[in-house]
Design a protein around this ligand. Structure first.
Ligand SMILES: Cc1cc2nc3c(=O)[nH]c(=O)nc-3n(C[C@H](O)[C@H](O)[C@H](O)COP(=O)(O)OP(=O)(O)OC[C@H]3O[C@@H](n4cnc5c(N)ncnc54)[C@H](O)[C@@H]3O)c2cc1C
Length: 325
């Protein structure tokens, strides 16, 4: 069937109307907003919802390139086999506030002196106020051999939608030996996540009659089992009761998938390295992350742009106000 030029145009314009009705996306160049939020994850989405409901339509923009919005805390349950990755995601169009304009682009540069940001398709978006909510960038390549190791059985990370399914696969296929959970020496999305999956794995292996074949190890870069003392005290009792080994100041620096080994550095004595042999299948729940923003941690106000300080806010990671704190 041939479509006439006007027919094609009509189809296209009705598609456009539908898109606009479904969501206020914007491709207009050089737009101005009272508030621009960069990143539509948990932090950006919540901020945009709050302010767009107060300021009204067209005053707030969210710049976010991803099609899917993930509820990341659920990845603990995905790694433990209680939920699926699909359960944790929704189309971005369904979660961003309707009163905010969604600019479906990636921000490539900031121009705070002129109150604008640039997107990868060349748009300049002006703001009166800016909230940067870019989350954390996963840098798995900081651990030698790790990106490649994810392609081999038994290595997973609950911090990434790409590798979280590996965790439950590893758990299901576990036969015997060391099951190692790690906490890296970088900022991470959730300080509890490495331990949460360890306790879930412990329970899973008990229920499936394999716990006596597993040596469950928590190698953490920290000098404490948890940063909040009252919880740490309880957790020490839990790990003792469940026969889980905790090694403090152990930082994963290399994974050798061929020889099935994980190498850890002693952070108190950086010349000392310990290699852990792993069993038939190993579990490495790890995150190496960090996105550099020079922020004052107590207030989250970005430090560098003197007079603009009060106009630029950094939501370093949406979990800053973690309920457990
Ligand atoms: C396994 C796991 C368990 C967790 N458990 C808990 C918990 O129990 N309690 C808790 O409080 N928190 C928990 N968290 C942490 C919580 O999920 C995160 O802190 C939160 O999702 C971070 O939100 P965010 O908006 O800062 O970042 P993100 O949700 O990561 O969003 C950042 C957004 O920025 C976008 N972006 C990236 N680059 C650009 C760019 N150049 N331009 C525009 N946009 C860009 C991305 O596409 C993304 O949508 C957990 C996290 C994980 C992974």
């Amino acid at each position: 069937m041939m479509l006439s030029r006007s027919g094609a145009l009509a189809v296209r314009s009705s598609w456009l109307v539908q898109q606009t009705a479904a969501l206020s996306t914007s491709s207009v160049r050089n737009k101005s907003y009272e508030l621009v939020v960069v990143g539509g994850g948990a932090g950006g989405c919540a901020t945009a919802a709050k302010f767009s409901s107060k300021l009204g339509k067209g005053k707030v923009a969210v710049i976010e390139p991803a099609d899917m919005h993930y509820y990341q805390p659920m990845w603990t349950l995905v790694g433990g086999g209680m939920k699926t990755l699909e359960n944790s995601g929704k189309p971005m169009s369904q979660v961003l506030p309707k009163k905010a304009d969604w600019i479906k682009q990636r921000v490539v540069s900031f121009d705070p002196a002129n109150n604008k940001v640039m997107t990868d398709d060349g748009q300049e978006i002006n703001y009166q106020y800016l909230v940067v909510a870019l989350g954390l960038q996963l840098n798995f390549s900081k651990i030698k051999g790790l990106p490649e190791a994810f392609e081999t059985p038994g290595v997973g990370s609950n911090y990434s939608p790409l590798y979280v399914n590996n965790t439950f696969e590893s758990l299901k296929n576990f036969k015997q030996g060391n099951a190692i959970f790690t906490f890296p020496a970088t900022p991470i999305k959730c300080a509890g996540a490495p331990q949460k999956i360890m306790y879930i794995a412990d329970e899973y292996l008990r229920k499936n009659g394999k716990r006596d074949k597993a040596n469950i190890i928590f190698n953490t870069s920290l000098g404490v089992i948890f940063g909040v003392k009252k919880y740490a005290e309880v957790l020490w009792e839990v790990v003792k009761e469940r026969n889980l080994t905790v090694n403090l100041r152990h930082n994963l620096i290399e994974v050798k998938p061929d020889s099935r080994e994980a190498v850890f550095q002693n952070l108190d004595n950086p010349e000392e390295f310990k290699t852990f042999e792993v069993g038939k299948v190993r579990l490495v729940a790890s995150s190496a992350s960090g996105r550099d923003f020079d922020v004052h941690l107590a207030t989250t106000i970005r430090k560098c742009y003197g007079p603009l300080e009060e106009e630029i806010w950094n939501a370093p990671d949406g979990s800053t106000e973690r309920p457990e704190r």
